[in-house]
Design a binder for this molecule. Structure first.
Ligand code: FAD
Ligand code: UDP
Length: 386
């Protein structure tokens, strides 16, 4: 490399972007190599042909309790105040019950995470109310309970609620998303979506929630706009990493970095089906989860997330999950966390540790299920440590 860089960063997503900015502000000369044609990693957004701001790699809603992360990102964007809400859309299997919420075309709806209002929708107002009180008595010190915890409860009525939620929220959706049951996957995954012992119908309860006012890509462009940062798009970092003398931060797949020598790390990938609809709006919430039927897991309507004012047209996206095969064009979206895969990852991690100037950072490089705020926090910590 002709130019002298102190730091080489592979990948321009949250992990790479945050590190680049902090190190550049500390006076380091930073080269960011990004294989894709854009920055932002999986949070990248852009306008589609209809002029709707879409998230190319799945819906991204920012939420955190970490003030440091929020303050850092707020240097590069203003925020649209937005609290994400999700509705389950499922076939109505109990016509005797009169749901409190809308029922149309043989389908019915309730808030996800399943909460005390969902209970009334499912069991009718009076019975739902009674069962809700029973749940509150059973878990007096908790604001929420995981589905796996609820399924352990020996009380027959609570067990019946647990069975209902398991069947109508978790088992089919999880089979679609992971190809495995809730018991077979990492318990932290279903714990992300608990059963709420309140009527709070927000998907996240974090103190700071919102959408970057002009989008994630605009935020990343500002973050990476610094005299000490050079970004090279459409550039695989791996050839540049050979013999690079300075600090290297690698945010791509750990297995790929080492030529898959111990075998590929398993991932789930997604197929996204975008549809443009000639209407102001398509659905009642930013995301609607198809928890029981349909081949897709969920439909997101981007205008409801971004607040974009664009009359007469809206874009929706259906998500289909399947095993990642490594074929060209596929992206490894979700690490499949389990002891066997973690052990395989540890082998790559051990190899990486033998290279003193190399740091693995990010959802791919660390083989973890990080949200954006979590990886931003780790990136801030690593950059400060360096
Ligand atoms: P990435 O965003 O994957 O960035 C890594 C970058 O490295 C990529 O751009 C890749 O092209 C590049 N790269 C890889 N290998 C190389 C190489 N050899 N050379 C050069 N470049 C390379 N989080 C939330 O907080 N809220 C949400 O609502 C949310 N929704 C999500 C929805 C979906 C469908 C998915 C998949 C994830 C979601 N996330 C969400 C998680 C979020 O996407 C991640 O936390 C975040 O993108 C991780 O950032 P990263 O930098 O680690 O990885
Ligand atoms: N989940 C479910 N039904 C739902 C929502 C979530 O079974 O309606 C489970 C499923 O296993 C999913 C996990 O909870 O993978 C985490 O959901 P989350 O919405 O956090 O997933 P992400 O947005 O990261 O895909």
């Amino acid at each position: 490399m002709k130019q002298n860089f102190d730091v080489l960063i592979a990948g321009a997503g949250f992990a790479g972007g945050v590190c680049a900015r902090v190190l550049a502000e500390k006076g380091k000369q930073v080269l960011v190599a990004e294989r894709r044609s854009h920055t932002g990693g999986n949070a990248y957004d852009c306008k589609d042909q209809a002029g709707v701001l879409i998230h190319q790699y799945g819906p991204h809603i920012f939420h955190t309790n970490d003030k440091k992360v929020f303050d850092f990102l707020s240097r590069f964007t203003k925020w649209r105040r937005y609290q994400h809400k999700v509705i389950a859309n499922l076939p109505r299997d109990n016509p005797e019950v009169v749901p409190a919420h809308k029922t149309t075309n043989g389908r019915f709806f309730f808030p996800v995470p399943f909460n005390l209002d969902s209970l009334k929708n499912a069991f009718g107002a009076k019975e739902g109310d009674r069962l809700g009180k029973k749940l509150l008595d059973a878990y007096p010190a908790q604001s929420q309970v995981t589905i796996l915890e609820l399924r352990q409860n020996p009380d027959p009525e609570i067990a019946a609620i647990a069975d209902y939620v398991y069947e109508h929220v978790f088992v089919h959706y999880t089979m679609k998303q992971w190809g495995q049951t809730p018991e077979e996957i990492d318990p932290n995954t279903t714990a992300r979506v608990p059963v709420r012992l309140s009527t709070d119908d927000r998907y996240f309860q974090d103190a700071y929630q919102g959408m970057p006012l002009e989008g994630y890509t605009a935020m990343f462009e500002r973050m990476l706009d610094h005299p000490n940062i050079q970004v090279r798009l459409n550039t695989d970092a791996r050839p540049l990493m050979k013999d690079f003398p300075g600090t290297m931060i690698y945010t791509g797949q750990a297995d790929e970095l080492f030529g898959f020598k111990y075998g590929p790390l398993p991932y789930r990938t997604l197929d996204f089906q975008f549809e443009t609809v000639q209407k102001d709006h398509f659905q009642a919430a930013g995301t609607v989860n198809y928890t029981v039927d349909e081949a897709y897991t969920r439909i997101t309507e981007f205008k409801l997330l971004t607040g974009q004012a664009l009359p007469g047209v809206t874009t929706i996206m259906k998500e289909y999950s399947r095993a990642y095969t490594g074929e060209p064009g596929e992206a490894p979206y979700y690490a499949i966390i389990n002891p066997e895969n973690n052990a395989l990852y540890s082998k790559y991690q051990a190899d990486a540790r033998k290279i003193p100037n190399l740091h693995l950072l990010g959802r791919l490089a660390e083989y973890k299920y990080y949200n954006m705020d979590a990886i931003a926090a780790r990136a801030l910590a690593l950059a400060e440590q360096l």
